[in-house]
Design a protein around this ligand. Structure first.
Ligand code: ZN
Length: 317
């Protein structure tokens, strides 16, 4: 059997055999971002000084990514590799090692206050049948929720980390990075105010998000939503029949009006839960990835505007 590690090593060797540096402008800082949302933040701060490669693109699932030779080459050539951290990109350390990369690894979430995964909190909060609840799980006990980017105050921390890392790697660009970051932070402040106004218009008892995996914990904390998901904080684990049945009971008991599909996950589970609980599908939320540039969530800011519009439309009436 071929291990995943060996596959990655072979990919890296293959990548090293490819011709070097054809397209990249020599005076730009070569950087890699692990996934599309983070890539957009890096682009906004780095501007024209940075040649950016984003590994997990629009609609991609960074929880379960399989790097290819071009990814290994981008990492090998990079001066900076930006990751979300908090256990989001479990594959990145192996990729960096396999690629023989000398890049500085920048964890964009450094400094955010992590929240524990939702299933952990739930189990501590409720004391119902603890033995049975624990028996069936092989998932992430005590793990931090990695989706910190779903809170705009956290994204501002990411932007500060990105700015500081770019300045350290490219001191000549200091003034430009500072100006880009300041301009983008001002846009994020406006976005945050708009999201809060949008949330305020949704009646408080209806501020519930039910979607396939636990991607909106930080969003919920920042903006006053509770949320529930059949799948945990990673898309890797399948929800059990028991967890799904419990969620359906809760949707009925709480008279939840709408539940949401996500752009990165299989929609069948949510469609089944809607059919069995009587809730309607309220639309598609962008959780862990942007849409393609011409879609409704091609940037971080557009993603937030799309998500709050979708939530408002489904939950306000
Ligand atoms: Zn996720």
């Amino acid at each position: 059997m071929i291990s995943r590690r060996n596959v990655i090593t072979s990919l890296a060797l293959l990548a090293l055999a490819l011709p070097v540096g054809t397209a990249q402008a020599q005076d730009k800082i070569a950087a890699v971002a692990s996934f599309s949302i983070l890539g957009d933040l890096v682009k906004n701060v780095g501007g024209d000084r940075v040649a950016l490669t984003t590994l997990v693109g629009p609609g991609g699932d960074a929880h379960v990514f399989e790097p290819n030779p071009a990814d290994a080459k981008a990492v090998a050539d990079a001066k900076l590799v930006f990751v979300n951290g908090l256990g989001f990109e479990g594959w990145m350390n192996r990729l960096i090692e396999a690629a023989g990369s000398k890049a500085a690894l920048v964890t964009a979430s450094n400094g955010v206050t992590p929240i524990a995964s939702a299933e952990e909190e739930e189990e501590h909060a409720k004391d119902e049948k603890p033995a049975a609840a624990h028996a069936e799980e092989g998932h992430h006990h005590g793990a931090d929720d990695p989706h910190a980017f779903q809170s705009i105050p956290n994204a501002k921390i990411y932007v500060g980390n990105i700015r500081d890392a770019l300045i350290a790697a490219d001191p000549a660009g200091k003034a430009e990075y500072e100006a880009n970051a300041a301009a983008y932070l001002a846009k994020l402040d406006q976005l945050d105010a708009d999201v809060r106004a949008g949330v305020a218009a949704i009646p408080a008892p209806q501020r519930k998000i039910i979607t396939s995996h636990d991607a909106f914990g930080y969003f919920g904390n920042a903006y006053g939503f509770t949320f529930l998901a059949p799948q945990g904080i990673s898309t890797e684990a399948e929800p059990s029949a028991k967890e799904v049945a419990k969620l359906i009971r809760q949707i009925k008991a709480d008279k939840v009006k709408a539940i949401f599909v996500e752009n990165i996950t299989d929609q069948r589970m949510i469609r089944r839960i809607a059919a069995e609980s009587g809730a309607v599908i309220g639309g598609e939320l962008y959780s862990d990835a942007l849409s393609p540039p011409d879609g409704p969530a091609g940037t971080y800011i557009d993603m937030f505007r799309h998500n709050i519009k979708t939530l408002s439309a489904a939950l306000s009436s």
